[in-house]
Design a protein around this ligand. Structure first.
Ligand code: GLC
Length: 559
């Protein structure tokens, strides 16, 4: 089924799209095995249409041993049986399009699974073989080669290298894996790797997919000599001299790959788009990926990691807008995803005490938490992000104000970070707990009643956050998101474009957008007056005598 004509005609959809992220394991389980699936997503399409999103991004749905929840792909052109079949996937794409919703897949080009046919062939073929050259195999250091080839560390803890046992039974070469042992990094200097991923893009584009989110896009190219990191921090600080590069993140050679990918996307009559997962810190290094012949968009993690404080927010918004304007690309505004602590729980912490760093739950554990405050701020943050120029992302459950689940028992946790750090880190499961759809039932409507238990345990009060509870409450976060998205689609000032800052005091984030739109956010303790003549369109919480209370955002129409 094609997209409705008016939506299909919007060739610049990616410049303003609101994209809803579906983590398929946790969204909706249709067959009762306790794991979400494609037919579960299909059953929720009417819900997504009623929410008013423009597109869905689905985390990896390919065959996988699930060492890293599907980011260890063993076949890029098929569907993981736990999630369904290719026919289910094709039906989902057709039905989503019919509902006016575009579909973005997740491509994982930095590494394959160790069960991928290439890696199995590499192990079988032995040192020095062309098969090993598709990955990054090296001899170890030390007299017996029993130390890793360099000092690189895995993102999940420990060295970034795993030693293999060769055919003769002896310990042999080491292979690079920046993530879990079952995720060997591929060698992007190899023509087979380039050809294979180009073909995979075409395979899915030919099936009507509208775009790709690119996993670890800044990681594909490694330093030619695999130099030691030798203490170099990453992200590199702002004052890093030109020419100083990290040996495996954001290497300059990566851009050439995305130029090739852009040409593939542009070869289609329909407008296909990419969004890069690019953690690089400095805004100009991010937007280097968004030059006109590279990626269309990238996640704005500087916004996601910014504390709920007016000064830092104004700064990050300004630097985002300036850097994106310099390459003519639209920003995205992102509050959460399947890797980071949910915004309601992040904003529940004292914001002045938050250290920079990867914003997973581990980061916030020692800090006191006031969830009522966090949820209030998350509502305001949602209105802020939907009012800023460009596109926005909503991670499943954010529209219910779902908190992070902080007390999952260690033995129930599944993130490979837990094993990789010997239990020192609790990992990312707390934002992946299956979504509650109903106030009651065995799994709050995630699976049919009587099904296997959900793959991660849900808290006993999970139903209070459910879609069903929200539907019954006109002031729910869900109702707020629905109103915001409906307004966004008809207010010409919103979406792509620019903003003008308004000085409304040190604790405010306030701006206008032409024609006639304003967004006022109060992060201070005192009520914030609205400008004379402003007509309130939407507020994240009740106003107090016409002024904006603490931790509240308001959309206004200006005369
Ligand atoms: C990205 C994904 C994350 C995954 C990692 C390795 O950061 O978002 O979930 O673990 O890549 O593929």
């Amino acid at each position: 089924m094609p997209l409705p004509a008016a939506i299909a005609a919007d060739r610049d959809w990616w410049r303003h799209a609101v994209v809803y992220q579906i983590y398929p394991r946790s969204f909706a389980d249709s067959n009762g095995d306790g794991v979400g699936d494609i037919n579960g997503i299909r059953s929720r399409l009417p819900y997504l249409a009623s929410l008013g999103v423009d597109a869905i991004w689905i985390n990896p749905w390919y065959p996988s041993p699930m060492e890293d929840a599907g980011y260890d792909v063993s076949d890029y052109r098929a569907i993981e049986p736990v999630f369904g079949t290719m026919a289910d996937a094709e039906a989902l794409v057709a039905e989503a399009h019919d509902a006016g919703i575009r579909v973005i897949l997740d491509i994982v080009p930095n590494h394959t699974s160790d069960q991928h046919r290439w890696f199995r062939a590499a192990l079988a073929a032995g040192p020095g073989s062309p098969e090993r050259d598709r990955y990054i195999f090296r001899e170890g250091r030390g007299p017996h080669g029993d130390e890793p080839p360099n000092d690189w560390r895995s993102e999940f803890g420990g060295p970034a290298w795993t030693r293999v046992t060769e055919a003769d039974g002896r310990p042999g070469q080491w292979y690079l894996r920046l993530f879990a042992p079952g995720q060997p990094d591929v060698n992007w200097n190899h023509p087979d790797v380039r050809a294979e991923f180009a073909e995979t893009l075409r395979f899915w584009f030919d099936r009507g997919i509208d775009g790709f989110r690119i996993d670890v896009a800044h990681g594909l190219v490694k330093d030619a000599d695999l130099r030691d990191i030798a203490g170099l921090p990453f992200p590199l600080p702002d004052d890093t001299p030109d020419g100083v590069e990290h040996p495996h993140w954001d290497q300059p050679g990566v851009h050439e790959i995305f130029r090739e990918w852009r040409a593939i996307a542009d070869s289609y009559a329909e407008p296909k788009a990419f969004c890069g997962e690019i953690w690089v810190g400095r805004a100009h290094r991010l937007t280097a990926y968004l030059r006109p012949d590279e990626l269309h968009t990238a996640f704005n993690f500087n916004f996601l990691t910014c504390p709920w404080l007016a000064g830092p927010l104004r700064e990050v918004i300004t630097s985002t807008l300036d850097a994106h304007a310099s390459v003519g690309a639209p920003p995205t505004w992102v509050l959460g995803n399947h890797d980071v602590c949910r915004p309601a729980s992040r904003y529940a912490r004292p914001q002045e005490q938050i250290d920079p760093g990867f914003p997973n739950l581990q980061h916030y554990l020692g800090l006191p938490s006031d969830l009522a405050v966090g949820r209030r701020r998350a509502r305001a943050a949602a209105l802020l992000s939907l009012a800023l120029p460009g596109g926005a992302y909503i991670y499943e459950g954010e529209e219910f104000g779902l908190p992070e689940v902080e007390d999952i028992p260690m033995e129930a946790r599944q993130d490979p970070t837990v094993a990789g750090t010997g239990g020192a880190e609790i990992g990312r499961d707390g934002c992946r707990v299956p979504v509650p759809w109903t106030t009651g039932g065995d799994s709050f409507g995630f699976s049919p009643d009587g099904a296997a238990a959900p793959w991660l345990p849900q808290p006993s009060d999970w139903g209070t956050y459910s879609a069903q509870a929200a539907e019954a409450d006109p002031d729910s976060s869900l109702a707020l998101y629905r109103r915001a998205l409906a307004l966004r689609s008809r207010i010409p000032a919103l979406g792509d474009g620019t903003l003008a800052w308004v000085d409304a005091g040190p604790d405010a984030v306030a701006f206008t957008r032409d024609p006639g739109f304003g967004c006022w956010v109060n992060l201070g303790a005192e009520p914030l007056p609205l400008p004379a003549g402003a007509r309130v369109l939407l507020a994240s919480d009740d106003l107090a005598d016409g002024a904006v209370p603490t931790d509240t955002a308001v959309w206004v129409e200006l005369a």
